[in-house]
Design a binder for this molecule. Sequence first.
Ligand code: FAD
Ligand code: NAD
Length: 152
Amino acid sequence: MDDRMFRTAMGKFATGVTVIASEVEGQVHGMTANAFMSVSLDPKLVLISIDKKAKMNEVIHKANKFTVNILSGEQQEMSMIFAGQIKENKHVEFETFEGLPVIENSLVSLACSVYQSHEAGDHTLYVGEVLNLNVKDGEPLAFYEGKYMQMT
Ligand code: FAD
Ligand code: NAD
């Protein structure tokens, strides 16, 4: 099975889109991710999967904390910025929540500390314990077959 066939198959699983953010030595770093899931209610745990080659992997490893920002349908540009799909450098203003950087106007922002991490092939799975969260009304941004979609 080649990589393209695997990605085509995985792309049939419609997801929302998040931006993972963290900070090391005063430098905020963000990265678009759709490999996100809810894991446990007691304690409150979530999971993200980060490519070992991604700068974000090193940032979370050092910070031991991160935020998950679930994007609204109006935030496709944020996803494109933090996936490197917009080439020019765009200035993004982050808000601070529980001492961590969050993307303003996200549908949900979760402040997490690393509860566990697991090596899984070419990715690292980070289980995050949710320290606090913010929820706003709105429609989510969706991702399907490698394309952004609106729910309405
Ligand atoms: P870089 O590639 O260096 O940074 C990413 C981009 O964010 C750059 O353009 C950078 O300029 C910008 N940026 C970072 N911080 C700031 C800041 N403070 N202010 C302004 N701009 C900033 N990869 C995974 O590992 N796991 C996933 O679950 C995943 N899901 C994805 C889902 C979608 C829909 C897409 C489009 C991509 C996904 N990716 C995923 C791929 C991942 O988003 C990209 O490979 C990304 O470029 C990797 O980021 P990096 O941490 O290596 O940093
Ligand atoms: P795509 O067709 O490459 O992705 C479709 C699906 O395949 C994704 O939703 C994801 O489930 C899976 N996938 C893609 N790359 C993967 C990887 N390296 N590891 C594990 N699963 C992966 O969609 P696209 O629009 O071409 O994606 C844009 C870029 O973002 C590509 O470079 C892609 O590799 C990357 N991406 C990475 C992940 C990830 O690392 N988990 C997830 C989504 C997209």
